[in-house]
Design a protein around this ligand. Structure first.
Ligand SMILES: [Zn+2]
Length: 124
């Protein structure tokens, strides 16, 4: 890895059962993946907006290395924001992915070809 590269964790966010009934459309086992800046939704390609809004602020921190004693390292379950819903969302670090600074930055003086425009890559 060069000094111009960095790594982010890939994440899996999966619905698990909590203490109460599930009232939103996020059945146990439903999930999405986070790879770099991309959210990847497997079939059936939907996830509730309000639950997603509660999870999103935590994902960039979960993608980055954190101190072992930081709660961001140890706590992995997020409660559904609906107070009547028992749904929980478990964030799991599944691996690391390497990125080039020049392929990811927006800084005009440092910007290279974006990673999603490289051969064999797709921004789809
Ligand atoms: Zn819910």
């Amino acid at each position: 890895m060069s000094d111009k590269d960095f790594e982010l964790f890939d994440l899996r966010v999966e619905t698990i059962a909590g203490p109460g009934p599930m009232v939103c459309n996020h059945p146990v086992g439903s999930y999405f993946l986070v790879q770099g800046e991309n959210l990847i939704f497997p079939e059936p390609h939907h996830f509730p907006l309000y639950a997603l809004a509660a999870i999103l602020p935590l994902l960039p921190a979960k993608q980055r290395p954190t101190d072992p004693d930081d709660w961001m390292s140890t706590d992995a379950e997020i409660a559904c924001p609906d107070p009547h819903c028992g749904g929980r969302f478990r964030i799991t670090r599944t691996g690391k992915r390497r990125f080039s600074h020049a392929e990811t930055t927006g800084l005009p003086d440092a910007r290279g070809t974006p990673y999603w425009q490289k051969d064999g890559q797709s921004g789809d």
